[in-house]
Ligand binder design. Structure first.
Ligand SMILES: *[C@@H]1O[C@H](CO)[C@@H](O)[C@H](O)[C@H]1NC(C)=O
Ligand SMILES: *[C@@H]1O[C@H](CO)[C@@H](O)[C@H](O)[C@H]1NC(C)=O
Ligand SMILES: *[C@@H]1O[C@H](CO)[C@@H](O)[C@H](O)[C@H]1NC(C)=O
Ligand SMILES: *[C@@H]1O[C@H](CO)[C@@H](O)[C@H](O)[C@H]1NC(C)=O
Ligand SMILES: *[C@@H]1O[C@H](CO)[C@@H](O)[C@H](O)[C@H]1NC(C)=O
Length: 428
């Protein structure tokens, strides 16, 4: 018994010692910095057991710059004393430096630091106290690293944080407390991680104004219906496991394309809704169609869109590739409709006669028997320079955010006898 305890004791000491070794890398003073203006390269400290120290001497020429860029270097540890010697720094970018570890004390003296960009390094683990001393930070970029999980209190000291980018990591789960007490946080990017769910409490301290939340390309299976109350741009596209989406929030723009969605219910005020390429989507309920300005539901399995008869502010509607839409919905109440795309077949023929009532329509795309026809109203007399041919680039400008469909021939409505042939844009 006594023997066993003794063994355990030895074991604990041994582990403790191992951690000590890894937390105390050996300091190596940097004796020369290869800088062009405020961009310094070729720092070579690749050993995790070594940490570079910036000295007063090497930082002398950097004191007038508000930003510092460390680039194309090999830094296993973030160098120490950067901010003790350069307290004026507002921005630090550490790019392509294979950075693996950041010690809390590296941020000593960082009283002006607002932007920290650590994107594109090799960070896998961050201690929960990493950002304790960098309390003025407003933007943090951790994208393109190998982060797997985040301590739930790691961002807690960043009370002024407005934007965080965690895209392209390997985050599997996120704690409900991750963004706690971050009352200024407005933009969160979690694209290309491995998240399966979002905790219902995640944004309880950002209820008032979230300008952007993006979790594209994850494995999200469900989103709690009341997780947001107000969000300007919400991006959930490319989550193949997401089958149902029910949100109560007011949303300016929702993008949830290319998911496995079968049913979508939006109870709040929504202005732009992009749901194309959800091949199984058969139910769409929008509680306030009177606010809707843009609706993209191409390539879905919807059969009815009755709410569109109340969508009086609609400007942009894409119904292409909805095979079983029982009727082209009555959209003649949408007097301001400017763009309309749909697939024409025998069943949708009934409402073609409403088209002339849509006085503002300037882009009409009709797909029929796999052929796409696009009609564009000449909006601006000055646009067509006399004798100059309309080219695809100009056309793309004219169509603003409409992406030119591939394999499309565009027939300009020209005077009889005009020898010019049809225009082919997009890559065939
Ligand atoms: C964040 O880092 C990534 C990867 O280096 C980069 O592509 C992106 O532009 C950065 N974003 C900002 C806002 O600096
Ligand atoms: C976040 O980083 C990604 C990839 O590096 C980049 O494409 C994106 O624009 C960034 N987003 C923000 C809000 O900075
Ligand atoms: C679309 O709906 C029909 C019937 O409502 C169903 O038979 C068909 O399998 C659905 N298609 C897809 C891709 O889910
Ligand atoms: C349209 O409905 C028919 C019959 O209900 C079904 O067989 C077909 O798969 C549907 N089309 C699509 C694109 O799902
Ligand atoms: C559509 O109409 C054409 C000609 O009027 C007819 O040949 C075709 O069978 C119809 N298709 C369907 C799906 O009703």
């Amino acid at each position: 018994m006594l023997m066993l305890n003794y063994l355990n004791y030895i074991l604990i000491v041994f582990i403790g010692l191992a951690i000590c070794v890894s937390t105390k890398p050996e300091e190596v003073a940097v004796d020369y910095l290869d800088c062009r203006e405020n961009t310094c390269t070729k720092l070579d400290y690749p050993l995790p057991s070594e940490v570079a120290i910036f000295t007063e001497k090497v930082t002398k020429d950097l004191r007038d710059y508000e930003s510092l860029i460390l680039h194309s270097s090999n830094l296993a540890n973030l160098p120490r004393k950067i901010f003790l010697n350069l307290p004026q720094l507002v921005e630090l970018d550490v790019l392509e430096c294979d950075l693996q570890r950041i010690e809390r004390e590296c941020f000593k003296g960082s009283k002006n630091l607002k932007r920290l960009n650590l994107g594109g390094n090799s960070l896998r683990v961050l201690d929960s106290n990493t950002f304790e001393l960098v309390t003025q930070l407003e933007e943090l970029n951790l994208s393109d690293n190998q982060l797997e999980d985040l301590a739930s209190t790691i961002f807690l000291p960043l009370k002024k944080l407005q934007k965080i980018n965690l895209s392209n990591n390997q985050i599997k789960a996120i704690s409900p407390y991750t963004f706690s007490q971050l009352g200024s946080l407005k933009s969160i990017n979690l694209d290309s991680n491995q998240l399966r769910e979002l905790p219902v409490e995640l944004f309880r301290d950002q209820q008032k104004h979230l300008t952007q939340f993006s979790a594209r390309s994850n494995q999200l299976e469900r989103i709690p219906s009341n997780i947001f109350s107000e969000v300007e741009l919400l991006i959930l596209s490319f989550n193949p496991e997401l089958k149902r989406l029910h949100l109560t929030a007011n949303i300016d723009e929702l993008q949830a394309t290319n998911c496995g969605l079968e049913s979508v219910k939006l109870d709040g005020r929504v202005i732009g809704v992009q749901l194309e390429d959800n091949l199984k989507l058969k139910e769409l309920k929008i509680a306030h169609p009177e606010d809707l300005e843009q609706l993209y539901v191409a390539n879905t399995n919807l059969t009815r869109l009755d709410f569109l008869s109340k969508a009086s502010k609609l400007v942009d509607l894409d119904l292409t590739g909805i095979e079983n839409l029982s009727d082209l919905p009555k959209i003649s109440s949408a007097r301001g409709l400017e763009r309309l795309s749909f697939t024409y077949d025998n069943m949708t023929a009934d409402h073609m006669d409403m088209l002339p009532q849509l006085k503002d329509l300037n882009y009409l795309e009709i797909t029929h028997d796999k052929v796409r026809e696009i009609y564009i109203k000449d909006l601006d007399e000055d646009f067509f320079v006399e004798e100059a041919e309309l080219n695809c680039g100009q056309l793309a400008d004219l169509l603003e955010f409409v992406e030119l469909p591939k394999d499309t021939t565009i027939l300009e409505d020209r005077l009889v006898g005009d020898p010019r042939g049809p225009l082919r844009c997009g890559t065939a």
